[in-house]
Design a binder for this molecule. Structure first.
Ligand SMILES: Nc1ncnc2c1ncn2[C@@H]1O[C@H](COP(=O)(O)OP(=O)(O)OP(=O)(O)O)[C@@H](O)[C@H]1O
Length: 790
């Protein structure tokens, strides 16, 4: 039995894990997967790079797949039996309000806990739009059939019969359906005529079809409406036209700001059906047709719900929120690749992020989307415009939950949660999962209390989830010290002049005599990129993620580094000419999604050596075997440091995080006016109003407190790694391989050996005993074989 199998993971997903090279579950997977498969809400905090995506992704895929498979089986067999013995004797099918053949804004609960068994509760989610549904079973070719609805409130209700070609949101507005509304009007083909009498809250409306005579009729509280108002000559509400004969008619309900209870005959009637009629639930099999959902490619019926009608009936079963587009794309790719082995039905994932064309999202949904991964803004937009139906959702996953909150998404999260069914058709209840490396805050506790029901805590590293595979070092830059200045010349080793270092203009209006603080701050801005270049050279960095504070800082570092290497951003593996050893691109919020995608791909493929990022890339980005992270500026919150450095040391590789820390306060931009970018051309007033003093020495102390270890100081003169760090890495100072980048990216060296040695020591006696038993067993086998052969 494989380790994933022991967690209850299905063979298809085990195969996907095998294909990804995952032999054993990581600790967070080992703990979280069974809890999620068991149906619980889970809050999981585990260090960066510890496999959290798989920890929620695998069980979500498995349960969604099971749910869809069961639904398909239900459709094929006529549903899980709600039928009584009597009904079975009739050979009748179980009827429900279809969760597939309904408008996006129509909510269905086929087993509401507070109503008698066999009754379905339906509701229009929008107060302003019509929304409808048909039953899972229709009738054709004969018999007399009946169902009844009870109006719950004062909204608008229309009930009747419809073929699958009829409009869901406009029962009776086309020539494929018959409707009877609370205003006392019947409708077919868009013609509304007075019929019967008005009905409303508390009334019970009977809907019957007599396929022997070919007529449709209605009753209110048991009183037959035929003959009341403008029925046809016979007094019936409708005579079924020749064009509809032979087409199955499905019970249908259409609501606006209303709620009603539907009874197909599984529960006792409020009023008896007309003579000779029986519940659709008791119809003879020979008259019954199953509803396979709206015909593929049909565009009818969607006018009332934002123009979109589900064509496949597959609406998302899981919503996964990510704080950044790039991360959403990565998680989407996980779902796509892990779902490849799932069959009958297949599972499709959709990506919904800002900055992309909504029409693509609409198409994704129309084609059927089971797992929707996206950023909160776009997902909320899609839901509010009625394009994304969350009424079948059974998983709400908040990945990087703390970041989602910090970036102001609490309202969006609660709004989405409010719209999701908390329990309902075919499943026990909505499961809410919160994941992050840093999940310990009052805000998260408060959110969890709102969203979760007795959640299980998977807390693998407590508050400070810092991987042991990452080492921390810093260079302190002190512009008042000559040594730093001397080393940071504006010439390279060959004496060639380096390109100018662009800065952020925070000192654009300084007076030369305004004070030492200002001069030191401006010097730091000029020195840091030079130190960065020296670090790249000294450590022969071939690949690193470089974090800056702002998008503007990223632009500046990008242009400086590229210029240092001759100007070409791309390393140009396939191109002729000299390679740029400082080739870099930017991944920041100010770049378009397309550019971010392109730049990340170029970095991952090795076409470019350095990826310069804002904190948008601090979370979740998974780049295999990345050796270095460099912080040109420390983040102002230590938990962001934890996420930044978590880009290295992932999945059992080793990494080094080097921070360039200013010894003096630095004046930096901090503009909270949305869309205002004073740094490009600042006035004196802008500098005063939108700048703050940044104290990195204090931030470094915060980081050390968070990771519970000192950050090793690198000598600014030599930039060599300090002795204790070399020792940790199993490298002797000055010895072979000291400072060699090969030590990172691959987990080799002292620590792992120590870990392995400890395991080996623990297992050695058992392994020895097993080996002895094996020898004894073999010997006994041969002894017996010889005995019997002889
Ligand atoms: N069971 C496993 N065995 C081997 N590798 C794994 C396993 N699970 C995940 N991985 C790999 O580990 C890397 C990190 O996984 P993932 O991105 O899910 O980490 P994370 O915990 O979400 O990190 P972060 O906190 O940075 O978002 C990925 O490359 C992934 O393919």
């Amino acid at each position: 039995m494989s380790a994933f199998e022991e967690l209850g993971v299905c063979p298809e997903l085990i195969r996907a894990a095998d294909d990804a090279g995952w032999l054993l579950p990581t600790p967070v997977q080992a703990e979280a997967v069974p809890l999620i498969l068991g149906g619980g809400d889970v809050l999981a905090a585990a260090e960066t790079g510890s496999g959290k995506t798989g920890a929620f992704g695998i069980p979500v895929l498995q349960i969604v797949h099971e749910a869809l498979r069961d639904a398909a089986a239900t459709r094929a067999t006529g549903g899980p039996s709600a039928a009584t013995t009597d009904e079975t004797a009739h050979g009748a099918a179980s009827v429900r309000v279809s969760v597939d053949d309904r408008s996006a804004l129509f909510a269905v609960n086929n087993s509401p806990p507070d109503l008698p068994k066999g009754l379905a509760l339906t509701q229009a989610r929008s107060p302003a739009q019509w929304a409808g549904a048909r039953a899972t079973v229709g009738v054709a070719h004969g018999g007399r059939h009946h169902f009844e609805i009870t109006v719950v409130d004062d909204g608008l209700v229309r009930c009747g019969w419809s073929t699958v070609a009829g409009s869901l949101d406009g029962l009776g507005t086309d020539s494929h359906s018959f409707g009877f509304g609370g205003t006392g009007k019947k409708s077919h083909g868009g013609a509304f005529e007075t019929f019967g009498k008005p009905f409303g809250a508390g009334d019970v409306v009977g809907c019957s079809v007599d396929l022997e005579r070919g007529v449709v009729n209605f009753s209110i509280n048991g009183q037959d409406c035929s003959g009341l108002g403008s029925g046809d000559k016979s007094g019936d509400a409708f005579t079924i036209p020749a064009s509809m004969r032979g087409h199955a008619l499905f019970p249908a309900v259409c609501l606006k700001n209303a709620e009603c209870v539907v009874n197909f005959g599984h529960a006792p009637w409020a009023y008896p059906p007309p003579p000779g009629h029986d519940g659709v639930a008791r119809a003879d099999r020979k008259f019954v047709t199953m509803n396979d959902g709206p015909p593929r490619g049909s565009t009818k019926g969607g006018a009332g719900n934002g123009g979109e009608r589900r064509r496949t009936g597959r609406t998302p079963k899981a919503i996964v929120l990510e704080p950044a587009r790039d991360l959403a794309e990565q998680t989407f790719n996980f779902f796509k690749s892990f779902a490849t082995n799932l069959r009958d039905p297949t599972i499709s994932a959709g990506l919904f992020v800002g900055g992309t064309d909504v029409s693509g999202d609409v198409k994704t949904l129309r084609d059927g989307c089971d797992v929707a991964v996206g950023t909160p803004g776009r997902i909320v937009d899609m839901v509010e415009s009625g394009k994304l139906d969350v009424s079948n959702v059974r998983f709400f996953v908040l990945d990087e939950a703390d970041r989602l909150l910090d970036s102001g998404n609490r309202g969006a999260i609660l709004k989405l949660f409010d719209r999701m069914p908390k329990s309902g058709d075919g499943f026990v209840r909505l499961q809410v999962l919160l994941f992050s490396a840093t999940l310990h805050s009052g805000d998260i506790e408060d959110l969890a209390a709102r969203l979760c029901e007795r959640p299980a805590w998977v807390d693998l590293r407590g508050k400070d989830s810092v991987p042991e595979t990452v080492h921390h070092a810093c260079v302190v830059v002190n512009p008042t010290e000559r040594s730093t200045f001397d080393r940071c010349t504006f010439e390279d080793a060959s004496g060639a002049t380096l390109p100018p270092v662009p800065t952020d203009n925070a000192h654009a209006h300084d007076d030369v005599n305004e004070g030492a603080d200002l001069a030191a701050s401006q010097s730091v801005k000029r020195l840091k990129p030079l130190v960065l270049k020296r670090l790249i050279d000294a450590h022969r960095m071939d690949q690193a993620l470089i974090f800056c504070r702002t998008n503007f800082d990223c632009d500046n570092v990008e242009s400086f580094l590229n210029a240092c290497g001759g100007g070409r951003a791309y390393r140009g593996k396939s191109e002729k000419g000299p390679e740029n050893p400082y080739s870099c691109v930017v991944l920041g919020g100010a770049r378009s999604m397309d550019e971010r995608r392109r730049n990340l791909a170029a970095f991952k493929e090795g076409d470019v050596r350095f990826l310069i990022c804002t904190d948008v890339a601090a979370r979740g980005l998974d780049i295999k075997g990345l050796p270095f992270v460099v912080n040109v500026t420390l983040p102002d919150r230590s938990e962001d440091y934890v996420h930044r450095i978590g880009r290295v040391g992932r999945a059992d590789t080793m990494g080094l995080a080097i921070s360039i820390v200013s010894a003096v306060p630095e004046r930096v931009w901090y503009c909270q006016k949305k869309g205002y970018k004073p740094w490009f051309n600042p006035s004196r007033a802008d500098v005063k109003e939108h700048c703050v003093w940044y104290d990195e020495e204090k931030l470094l102390k915060d980081v050390e407190a968070r990771i519970k270890a000192p950050v090793a100081r690198i000598d600014p003169a030599t930039l060599a790694l300090p002795k204790e760090l070399l020792r940790k890495l199993g490298r002797e100072e000055g010895g072979a391989g000291a400072g060699d980048v090969g030590v990172y990216g691959k987990r080799v060296g002292g620590e792992l050996n120590a870990e392995i040695s400890a395991h080996l020591e623990a297992y050695a006696p058992s392994v020895k005993r097993l080996a002895e038993l094996e020898v004894q067993a073999q010997a006994s086998f041969w002894r017996l074989k010889r005995k019997f052969a002889g």
